[in-house]
Write a protein that binds this ligand. Structure first.
Ligand code: FAD
Length: 493
């Protein structure tokens, strides 16, 4: 194929969205080159191997696999030739300070019965809440996820009009917590459903009730795990891209997006200029403007928005087995509101955090040596500003261990064979995610969906953006949707 800039697309970043986009554009006939500063594909979805243990370093929960499968199908391939996954039978185990344990089966009827048994909230109420969640999903998927919100003609398709006309039914005017309290009085259930705000790094006491759509993604559509763990997904997308002729340059940092007048002209990476009339940044929108285009007018309002929460993670190789734990486990803080105040106001980790423990080795046998377990132990953390995470580490570790040993009533620390950590600063440094945010901007305002950066530049022709910090937001399915929107915009331009 000739080196024609008009037929060339340069992608900055091999995160999940950049990988999906590169494959999609290659399948549409573009000559695609991907520049990735790390020496591996996947961005936040990284991999850690140590002493016979394997850890997915970032995402651990896989919902809506259809969004990933669609990339392969749209490229004319069978996704099952690239990666396989299974549906989890248990969504999560919840542990509360008062001794309550709630095992959540994937079957919503069984879940509702379990809730009635444990909390006294009626089974029918649980099912009504889940129906409400499903209804929000059916009204919002086309409007807020599938299409660009920033192209006027998209507002005139019938599913989008239906969604917009039903805006009252999707609880934009109340908080998530208020929406949950319309159904439940038991504080444990309120806390359980408030937790879904963290699936996009938001605060249930401020985020709109529309986010009560998230439970449907698990209870209605299911939770999944690729056979070899989450890292199967970037591996599969990378292979797809390679087969379609995408050229990957790993260990190559892009320094600049080049423009001439109102047209993008290419990039500069490691001092070398590359020409193309189409450039897509999969890097976070903040450094995309501040570092890669310092001379261009930046959308200050968008860049100054509150970011989503970050995380502090311990990767522990553990001796022995823990019967009480499943793939996903939550140990709740006793004061959830205070935890979110710390996350979004004080900027300091809370001394009584909710602790998430993920054991991929439960379903991916190669992830831990026989008789051992891989514990991915995460707390939500404020975004990185000035905190000194090394100084904070011992205190965070103490509070995490106190929570786990206090509730499990058995030693945990003495079983740790090795430990690695990931702080908000590490996340920022390794993926260029501003503040180490996991999901771009937070959804704490009722207009958040409309305030994300569009998937294209309105000032520079040929410049596009995909990934978790732009429309429609963060999380595996949404960044896949982002890649599809951009691929369609590029091919129609
Ligand atoms: P990223 O993964 O951010 O990748 C961007 C890429 O661009 C990086 O590889 C980076 O190195 C590269 N880059 C940036 N600047 C440059 C440059 N100048 N030159 C070259 N390369 C550059 N989602 C879920 O669905 N489920 C979960 O359970 C979940 N848990 C999470 C837990 C953690 C700890 C984290 C960090 C995230 C989690 N997420 C989860 C969110 C999910 O991982 C992200 O939304 C998604 O992976 C983001 O993909 P992306 O394509 O936007 O980009």
């Amino acid at each position: 194929m000739s080196e024609n800039p008009a037929n060339k697309a340069l992608v900055i970043g091999a995160g999940l969205s950049g990988l999906a986009l590169a494959a999609r554009l290659a399948a549409k006939g573009f000559q695609v080159e991907v520049f990735e500063q790390n020496d591996f594909p996947g961005g936040k979805a990284g991999l850690l191997r140590r002493e016979g243990f394997v850890f997915d370093t970032g995402p651990s929960l896989f919902t809506m696999p259809a969004y990933v499968d669609e990339v392969f199908r749209d490229c004319g391939k069978d996704p099952r030739d690239y990666y396989r996954y299974r549906k989890l039978e248990t969504l999560c185990n919840y542990f509360y300070e008062d001794g309550t344990r709630l095992n959540v089966p994937a079957d919503r009827n069984l879940f509702a019965e379990e809730v009635e048994r444990v909390s006294g909230e009626k089974k029918e109420t649980v099912l009504r809440f889940l129906d409400h969640s499903a209804r929000i999903h059916s009204l919002t998927e086309e409007v807020f996820i599938r299409k660009s919100l920033h192209r006027w003609k998209n507002y005139f398709s019938s599913p989008v009009l239906r969604g917009l006309l039903s805006i009252g039914a999707i609880d934009t005017g109340i908080t998530m917590e208020a929406g949950i309290r319309r159904y439940f009085r038991d504080e444990r259930l309120v806390q359980l459903f408030c937790r879904y705000a963290t699936y996009n790094g938001s605060d249930p006491y401020r985020a709109p009730g529309t986010l009560n759509v998230i439970p449907h993604l698990e209870y209605g559509l299911g939770a999944y795990m690729p056979e070899g763990g989450i890292s199967d997904i970037p591996r599969a997308l990378y292979r797809l891209g390679e087969e379609l002729g995408v050229k990957f340059r790993f260990g190559t940092r892009v320094e600049k997006i080049r423009t001439e007048g109102k047209q993008v002209k290419g990039i500069v990476a490691d001092g070398v200029s590359y020409d193309a009339d189409t450039v897509v940044s999969n890097a976070d929108i903040w450094p995309s403007y501040r570092s890669l285009m310092p001379g261009e007018e930046a959308p200050e309002k968008i860049l100054s928005q509150e970011r989503s929460s970050s995380a502090f993670i311990f990767y522990w190789g553990m001796d022995g087995q823990t019967e009480e734990l499943d793939v996903h486990n939550i140990f709740f803080s006793s004061d959830y509101r205070e935890e979110f105040r710390h996350l979004f106001e004080s900027g300091q980790p809370h001394s009584d955090p909710t602790v998430y423990v993920h054991l991929s080795s439960r379903v991916c046998p190669g992830h831990a040596p026989s008789g051992k377990e891989n514990w991915f132990v995460m707390i939500n953390a404020p975004q990185h500003r000035e905190q000194d995470w090394e100084t904070l580490l011992p205190e965070i570790r103490r509070s995490v261990l106190a929570k786990l040993e206090g509730i499990l009533k058995r030693p945990v620390e003495s079983r740790i064979l090795f430990e690695e950590t990931l702080s908000p600063l590490d996340i920022e440094q390794r993926t260029s995610s501003h503040g180490g945010s996991l999901y771009g901007t937070s959804s704490n305002s009722r207009f958040a969906a409309f305030l994300r950066h569009p998937n294209f530049s309105s000032k520079i022709k040929g410049l596009y953006f995909c990934g978790g910090s732009v429309h429609p937001g963060g999380g595996i399915p949404l960044v896949m949707a982002s890649a599809k929107i951009v691929a369609d915009l590029v091919s129609k331009s």
